[in-house]
Design a protein around this ligand. Structure first.
Ligand code: ZN
Length: 132
């Protein structure tokens, strides 16, 4: 397993980490298998979505924010309940197939770290497993 470091710059942000994940796959020398990308934080998440038009990322952030407002009478004393809820909705991990030593992603797909309580420096675990 390798651990990536991801720097975020806003409270809510989707950071494309596809290149960093692909670098781990390449280094592993595994041609056919699976790659698990895992977020060990309770106010972050991992998702796969379009990385071509940046407005897709900002639309996702905007809609999550509308549905899960930062202030909404939450009980959690730390004051970041919205980030915890978004983290659970988006999910802690993604599994991506590996073929020919590369991640199998659609033309417009990218792997993103989702920040919901930034800015911070985050960890993302990447596990690559052979399946030949
Ligand atoms: Zn909290």
């Amino acid at each position: 397993m390798e651990t990536l470091s991801v720097k975020t710059h806003r409270r809510d942000e989707l950071v494309d980490i596809t290149g960093q994940v692909q670098a781990v796959v390449k280094k592993s020398n595994i041609k056919t298998g699976i790659c698990i990308v895992y977020c060990p934080h309770t106010t972050g998440a991992i998702t796969i979505n379009e990385n071509a038009d940046p407005s897709v990322k900002s639309d996702i952030i905007m809609e999550l924010d509308k549905r899960i407002p930062w202030n909404d009478g939450y009980s959690h004393g730390e004051g970041n309940s919205a980030a915890h809820v978004k983290s659970s909705l988006v999910g802690a991990s993604e599994t991506i197939l590996i073929k020919g030593g590369s991640l199998v992603l659609g033309t417009w797909q990218g792997i993103m770290f989702a920040e919901f309580d930034g800015p911070r420096t985050r960890k993302v675990h990447v596990h690559v497993q052979r399946a030949e």
